[in-house]
Ligand binder design. Sequence first.
Ligand code: MF3
Ligand code: CO
Length: 250
Amino acid sequence: MGIIIKTEEQIELIRESCRRLAIVHKELEEFIKPGISTRDIDIKGDKLIRQLEGIPNFLHYQGYPASICVSVNDEVVHGIPNKRRILQEGDIVSLDAGMIYKGYHSDAARTHAVGQVSKEARQLMDATKESFFAGIKMAKAGNHLFDISNAIAAYIKPYGYGIVRDLVGHGVGTCLHEDPQIPNFAQLRRGPKLRPGMTLAIEPMINMGRSDVEWLDDDWTVVTEDGSLSAHYENTILITEGEPEILTLY
Ligand code: MF3
Ligand code: CO
């Protein structure tokens, strides 16, 4: 398929899709509290996306049954919202959301604390977010894709956390998942050269324990094999001639 270089017109629409998605995430962050169900989050997120004239791109994607992925504690990604799954004080919850606006896709994820969380959980969440920012320092035209991967991995290394290897970031914009795949662990090769007009979803998924994951019987929910906590942080970014633009920040 190859990596799509977006035109100025396409970039403008992807920017707008991302700007609106950032609003959805901001509102969802404020909605998180002990006592709500993961299904409540999905209902709220679906409503916000549609109010902003978007279409939830996850809904029915390869059969996924909801608009938001809600992954609690040892769930890494793709948790299916459930009205009986109630958030408790001390949980960490990862929200992954995306939308299509005027035909263009955005994708972003955040991990939030439910009330007060342990020092260890807070450190995991912070390091996961910071690893994204370490990665995109390398997201410059002329660098290579795996410079991003290697920077994420190098940032995480001193923590001893497990970097998820079975799921990766991706190109995004005209589709939800485009080329290239973007690993979050160290690579031997350099990967393709970064060029202005590439729009990429960079999304480290970091486990407090080992990197191994498994799929639950619902065929969607990815959990850590060792039961340790996991965090996820994702933005859609644009490669430019200079610094990358982070399109899904509020
Ligand atoms: N943001 C997710 C990703 O890029 C997409 C969720 S998959 C879905 O991996 F099926 F839930 F949509
Ligand atoms: Co993604």
